[in-house]
Design a protein around this ligand. Structure first.
Ligand code: HEM
Length: 406
């Protein structure tokens, strides 16, 4: 494949026109094999075996500053970390291990299970409102408000402030799209995103100051207590951790719930089957994480020269792993393009793999299970009312609206 052909394919990846159905494009990318763009210090993987291998590889790093491109920019005078400390998603050991450990106990299945009664009653009241209205926009009425309320409660962020930070969170989600990596140019609106990031950090800093004076039973107060106990945690790191959890809680589970509802409604019988048998719900959620994953790609840096299933990746290169393409890889899955919660074994990289495996997976699974079983039970005759409308995001791809007739 020529460099021009590679650039054309990667350009299509960034094009929002491909958001509603990116899967034919992913098939083209898979067929083209791993794509190396030496001029951009970039390799793009889309086969399941390759993505899986990179996530498990000891030379795969998550700190973007380790990339040749970032090193070059810093050498040219760019700020190394314009927001301050990064969230631990973008760090490597030992900082990654230290920061992740501080919050991990709040997200283990046993602790998350205790949130279930609150989640059930929240879902019930959201569905009561839908029933009263007689109209159902899955995103605005259920899939978004549920995880947002839960993460705000966990962190200790007042829900009444939500309208102020929801747009900042949405802008930050867009900053995960690899425009710079692929094109060498920042995407349009990057100044606005930088501003949103700084604003959200300022907001969190104010909240931390309040909790310092008056601690509560929430994660922010817990992190402050760890800092004050001399756990070698800086205030900048508390801000970065809260920022990561808040954005992760806003921009991911919403898309698992909405994508699962869309997949069921597009596959005759799936909605009714779940309505009749709530035990199916975890298979529906896991198959959605494979078939139409909320996180479509993840990125890594080669910390040193490495080989991925025979492909040489020079140290300092960025690697994009097109997980959503890997999930439809016929070399890894029978009937890869079919949504089938009854398949014998559902495997996926929807929550990542290895040391950065999604911390929020037990929470996301619980929220999705409650929302999907309640929605199907409440509205057994639901059907799609219109084609869904997608946001432009590539990495955290999801719908803006999903209208369902109840
Ligand atoms: C369906 C919903 C979700 C999906 C599909 C999802 C997906 C992912 C993926 C793919 C990663 C790995 C990224 C990488 O390896 O570079 C990740 C990491 C992470 N997720 Fe989630 N996530 C979801 C929900 C949540 C929620 C609700 C939270 C917490 C509030 C959360 C917190 C995190 C954190 C903190 C990390 C970083 C872990 C680390 O670096 O050690 N996620 N998530």
């Amino acid at each position: 494949m020529t460099t021009a052909d590679t650039q054309t394919l990667l350009g299509r990846l960034l094009d929002p026109a491909n958001r509603a159905d990116p899967y034919p494009l992913y098939a083209d990318l898979r067929a083209a094999g791993p794509l190396a763009v030496p001029s951009a210090n970039l390799v793009v993987f889309s086969a399941f075996a390759d993505c899986d291998e990179v996530l498990r590889h000891p030379a795969s790093a998550s700190d973007r500053l380790k990339s040749t491109v970032a090193q070059r920019e810093v050498a040219a005078g760019a700020a190394a970390r314009p927001f301050g400390a990064p969230g631990f998603l973008f760090l490597d050991p030992p900082d990654h291990t230290r920061l992740r450990r501080l919050v991990s106990s709040a997200f283990v299945p046993r602790v998350v299970k205790a949130l279930e009664p609150g989640i059930v009653s929240l879902v019930d009241s959201l569905l009561d409102a839908v029933e009263a209205k007689g109209e159902f926009d899955v995103v605005a009425d259920l899939a978004y408000p549920l995880p947002v309320a839960v993460i705000c409660r966990l962190l200790g962020v007042p829900l009444e402030d939500e309208p102020r930070f929801s747009s900042a969170s949405a802008l930050l989600a867009q900053s995960l799209d690899p425009f710079l990596t692929v094109t060498g140019q920042a995407a349009q609106g990057s100044e606005q995103r930088l501003e949103a990031g700084l604003w959200l950090r300022g907001y969190l800093r104010e909240l931390i100051a309040k909790r310092r004076v008056e601690p509560r039973d929430d994660l922010i107060s817990g992190l402050i207590a760890a800092e004050e106990a001399g756990d070698q945690l800086t205030e900048d790191e508390i801000v970065a951790t809260c920022n990561l959890l808040l954005v992760a809680g806003h921009e991911t589970t919403v898309n698992l719930i909405a994508n699962a509802i869309l997949a069921m409604l597009r596959h005759p019988g799936q909605w009714a089957k779940l309505a009749a048998d709530p035990q199916r719900v975890s298979a529906v959620a896991e198959e959605t994480l494979r078939y139409d994953p909320p996180v479509q790609l993840v990125a890594r840096i080669a910390a040193e020269d490495m080989t991925v299933n025979g492909i040489a990746v020079p140290g300092g290169d960025s690697m994009l792993l097109l997980v959503a393409a890997a999930h439809r890889d016929p070399a890894a899955f029978d009937r890869a393009g079919e949504f089938d919660p009854d398949r014998a074994q559902i495997r996926h990289l929807g929550f990542g793999k290895g040391p950065h495996f999604c911390l929020g997976a037990p929470l996301a699974r619980l929220e999705a299970a409650v929302a999907l079983s309640a929605a199907t039970a409440r509205f057994p005759g639901a059907r799609l009312a219109a084609d869904p409308v997608y946001k432009p995001n590539l990495t955290l791809r999801g719908m803006e609206t999903l209208s369902v007739a109840i």
